[in-house]
Design a protein around this ligand. Structure first.
Ligand code: PBG
Length: 324
């Protein structure tokens, strides 16, 4: 194709042409909304750096789930902040734990929205690490049994899908086995397969009150410089039986999303994380960019890179616009 025979501008002339040849479609179907559940009643704490997002008690989470359903969003992803944190993350496994209660209530009152739960210990441990500590280090194999138990407990409460994010080796296999043994062979896993040790999680750690009290997460989350390794991580999760693979964060890792799309034949999710959200919001508040357009362009770019699902704090705002 060569100019002047091919003139790409012919098909850009007006919105009808542009609509007709548009390759990537963004809809509410693609969106998953993260929610933070806290103890108590009538609690709605604004989250610093994440305007429009709140920590909410179960009584407020239920109507929020109903609102997402009305907006056409198919799924929510729950993070829980327990009453008390301890060394061994007991709050993660309690039958009446924060997530277990939230899931039961939501499934009871808003049955027709998918409830996905975060399976990780960092929200529940006093030290803020994603696994059990032994000799000052996050102990991989010791953590696996706890993650499996946590996943089973979420499934028992009625979770539609579990999303392990601890980045322990073998976590998907351990959770799959745990679920199957407990009779939950029909509950799928959405694995945070390529999860990077990213500074873009900063605002989330405020929201989940889960910043590590010593060290950082670089001994279990991935080095941002690597993408071949991401393919090995994903391959492991596929072997261990994950149903959905995920790349996280999204925007700085669009190349990894694209590679995952090309190399693996499984549904692909991307997590447009708290820091990505905060950057757009902050710049928009300053009047430096058009926040709405930046949001839609970002989400479209993540879809174009290859993700079918986008976990994003923009979900309700975007869904509202996309409905028009
Ligand atoms: C860990 C977890 C994190 C996020 C989701 N799950 C934080 C971390 O690894 O420190 C971050 C999500 C975001 O930044 O929006 N359970």
């Amino acid at each position: 194709m060569q100019f002047p025979d091919y003139r790409p501008r012919r098909l850009r002339k007006n919105e009808n042409f542009r609509r007709m040849i548009r390759e990537t479609k963004l809809s509410a179907d693609n969106l998953i909304y993260p929610l933070f559940v806290v103890p108590g009643t009538k609690v709605k704490n604004p989250i610093a750096f994440m305007p429009g997002n709140f920590q909410m008690s179960v009584d407020y989470i239920v109507p929020e789930a109903a609102r997402m359903k009305t907006l056409g969003i198919p799924a929510i992803l729950l993070f829980g902040i327990p009453e008390k944190k301890d060394e061994i993350a007991s709050g993660a496994l309690a039958k009446d734990g924060i997530i277990q209660r939230a899931v039961r209530e939501i499934k009871n009152k808003v049955p027709d929205i998918l409830v996905i739960t975060d399976v990780c210990l960092c929200e529940y441990t006093s030290h803020g690490h994603c696994g059990m500590i032994e000799k000052g280090e996050v102990a991989n194999d010791l953590t696996l049994a706890v993650l499996a138990e946590q996943a089973v407990s979420h499934a028992r409460a009625g979770a539609d899908m579990v999303a392990p994010s601890a980045m322990m080796d073998g976590q998907v296999g351990a959770i799959r086995e745990g679920l199957d043994e407990a009779g939950f062979d029909a509950v799928p896993i959405m694995a945070y397969s390529a999860k990077y040790a990213s500074c873009f999680y900063g605002p989330f750690r405020e929201a989940a009150e889960s910043a590590p009290s010593f060290g950082d997460r670089r001994a279990y989350q991935m080095d941002p410089a690597n993408s071949d390794e991401a393919m090995r991580e994903i391959a492991l999760d596929v072997q261990e039986g994950t149903d959905i693979i995920m790349v996280k964060p999204a925007l700085p890792y669009l190349d990894v999303i694209r590679r995952a799309k090309e190399e693996f034949d499984l549904p692909l999710a991307a997590y447009n994380v708290s820091g990505e959200f905060a950057m757009v919001k902050a710049a928009a508040q300053m009047g430096w960019i058009d926040g709405e357009r930046a949001m839609l362009e970002s989400l479209t770019a993540i879809r174009r890179a290859g993700a079918e699902m986008i976990i994003t704090y923009f979900a309700p705002e975007a869904a509202q616009i996309l409905r028009k």
